[in-house]
Design a protein around this ligand. Structure first.
Ligand code: AMP
Ligand code: ZN
Length: 114
């Protein structure tokens, strides 16, 4: 989608600090990090959000989870702990309508979240 921010990152029209890439998914550092490690994992294909991730897309989700595991290991938060978050819709504060998995760590994360 030409007007989607994360599609533009996938097509390299907007620069990003990429930490992992596969044919199906991309991981890059959040521009406004909420923790010392804050990486976004996205599918390269445009999927608007969690509610658009139907059963036929289970491989996409599996690829994203696999990449999140790689990111956790690379960033050294696999042992200390980390949080994976999908914001979905207005109440969760979803700002970008391209599916993305937040991967946060390297500090103690409060629970419940705000
Ligand atoms: P959400 O609120 O779940 O939709 O998260 C969107 C995230 O995208 C926010 O944490 C933003 O800081 C992040 N973001 C927005 N623009 C960029 C960008 N150009 N590069 C990296 N991260 C971005
Ligand atoms: Zn998109």
């Amino acid at each position: 989608m030409a007007d989607c921010l994360f599609c533009r990152i996938v097509s390299k029209k907007i620069p990003a600090d990429v930490v992992a890439e596969s044919p199906e998914a991309l991981a890059f550092r959040d521009i406004n990090p909420q923790a010392p490690v804050h990486v976004l994992v996205i599918p390269k294909e445009h999927i608007a959000g969690v509610l658009d991730l139907d059963k036929g897309r289970s491989e996409t989700l599996s690829e994203m989870m696999s990449m999140a595991q790689d990111v956790a290991r690379k960033e050294g938060i696999d042992r200390t702990g980390f949080r994976l978050v999908f914001n979905c819709g207005a109440d969760a504060g979803q700002a970008v309508d391209h599916l993305h998995l937040h991967c946060l760590g390297k500090r103690a994360l409060a629970w419940p979240p705000g």
